[in-house]
Every structure is written in C-alpha cells, then in structure tokens.
Design a protein. Structure first.
Length: 116
C-alpha cells in the first residue's frame, strides 16, 4: 500500500489529488483520465507550504489494464504521480517545500511594528 504522507525531520509531506480531467469516452470506456492535478503539501508546526502540478497520462489503448473511474482510489492515482515524477524530482519538490517552510518559520526579513 502506498502511503500518502511521510515525514522528513520535522516536516511532514502529504500528497493531494486536486482534480482529474477525463475524456468522456475513449476506446469504449467512459471517463478515461487524461490529466491528474496534484499538490504536495509540506507542514511543520503551524506552517504550511505547497507545490502543485499536472500529470498528463498516455492515451488509453484498448486491451491495456483499465480501472473504471468509479473504482479509482486516491492511493492508486497518487501512485501514478509518484511513479511518473520519480525519486529525483520528488526529492527536489521536498527540498523546495523545506525551503518554503524554513522561510515561514524563520523569516529572513521581518516588518516589526513601528517604534513610535
């Protein structure tokens, strides 16, 4: 079973599927997923950062394995995204989130109230 979240140091990462774009009909199947809109959310303490993207899937071809739209699971679709992105790109996304979270929790620039 694929986990939808994991922790790295104090930061926690969670995959979210935002939307699925589908062909209404393709090769005799209904609602064939064309594009997966995803978001990777990083959190630490009360701080939240995210990166998002869209994954275009190869067109469905009759005879290939097919899961009807109503039977798709969150973990299955996240698996498509993770498999497509690969470890190197996911590590880069997590580094980006780590930088965002660090800047939120330890701002490099602040605007304190005026002293008067």
């Amino acid at each position: 079973m694929f986990s939808t979240g994991w922790a790295n140091m104090a930061n926690t990462y969670t995959w979210k599927i935002e939307a699925l774009d589908c062909f209404p009909q393709s090769e005799g199947q209904a609602n064939v997923v064309k594009t997966v809109h995803w978001r990777l959310v990083g959190t630490v303490d009360n701080y939240v950062a995210s990166v998002c993207g869209a994954l275009s899937l190869a067109p469905y071809q009759s005879g290939n394995s097919f899961t009807p739209y109503a039977n798709l699971t969150n973990d299955q679709v996240i698996g498509w995204v993770v498999d497509s992105l690969g470890d190197e790109q996911i590590s880069s996304l997590k580094e980006n989130l780590d930088e965002q979270l660090s800047a939120l929790s330890n701002p490099p620039v602040v605007s304190p109230d005026l002293p008067w």
